[in-house]
Design a protein around this ligand. Structure first.
Ligand code: PGA
Length: 260
């Protein structure tokens, strides 16, 4: 299998940015451009409060909505959490799991990431598993052991047939929101290692099909450099996705990459 078997994925991560009144104007610009997009998977991850509105407005379109987190229990006494069952029932498609900001500010561990990945799959959500580097990792080198340990832990107990529903995102912590992206070569090195590790765990066919994204200070200026790498199948975009024009420029870059 070659890269052409893997549809490129461009995911906006709004985090807790954008005010409620900014949502419709954003969609007014983005939706017409991507509503029928078949060549690229386009998604927006947003805070829970906005998900219902986003699902309603994007219904019937190719624009997919993602949650930024989930609890691992389907129901119960977990005040303030959001259940994966509820996310699926309101029409959310993807869920980001283990983002660096969750791991570092909200004590997300490899164990809770794993519980959440399994909860997402159990409920029919498509998990995007975020792998990052420890902050103390040497800047400029792919910290193989940190990332691969997170990968194995996140997928513990996940069967091979479920891997077709999993996306993996590699985001060096020092690149997130810093304006200093990894070099495309560094990102490719990490993505190739991750793919090799998936192969070790699940075999070559599954590894050849799993989508691996790069995230961390992606911009319209550097997006193509990442998207053209052999093992990078998409981009996870924070700041640059807050403006419809730059988000759409990255979607266009992903589409162009499929043609090359
Ligand atoms: P950034 O965020 O593009 O602003 O670096 C990426 C992310 O946090 O996923």
């Amino acid at each position: 299998m070659t890269k052409s078997n893997r549809k490129p994925f461009v995911l906006a991560n709004w985090k807790i940015n954008l005010d409620p009144e900014e949502i419709n104007p954003y969609l007014d610009q983005v939706l017409p451009a991507v509503a029928d997009e078949e060549a690229v998977t386009v998604g927006i991850a947003a805070q829970d409060l906005y998900l219902g509105q986003l699902v309603a407005r994007t219904k019937g379109s190719q624009l997919k909505i993602a949650a930024e987190n989930t609890h691992w229990m389907d129901r119960g006494a977990f005040t303030g959490e959001t259940s994966p069952r509820a996310l699926a029932k309101v029409g959310v498609t993807y869920v980001l799991i283990g983002h660096f900001e969750r791991r570092s500010f909200f004590n997300e561990t490899d164990e809770t990431v794993n519980l959440k990945v399994k909860a997402a799959l159990r409920n029919g959500l498509l998990p995007i598993v975020d792998l990052d580097e420890d902050l103390s990792a040497y800047h400029g080198q792919v910290p193989e052991d940190v990332v691969l340990k997170q990968l194995a832990a996140a997928l513990d107990g996940v069967v091979g047939t479920d891997l077709a529903r999993v996306t993996i995102a590699y985001e060096p912590t020092w690149a997130i929101g810093s304006g200093e992206a990894a070099s495309p070569e560094q990102a490719e090195e990490a993505a190739a290692l991750i793919r090799q590790s998936v192969q070790n765990l699940y075999g070559p066919d599954i590894a050849a099909n799993v989508r691996i994204l790069y995230g961390g200070s992606v911009t319209p200026e550097n997006g193509t450099d990442f998207l053209s790498q052999a093992d990078i199948d998409g981009i996870l975009v924070g700041k640059a996705a807050l403006t419809p024009a730059s988000f759409l420029a990255l979607v266009a870059a992903a589409k162009a990459a499929t043609a090359s």
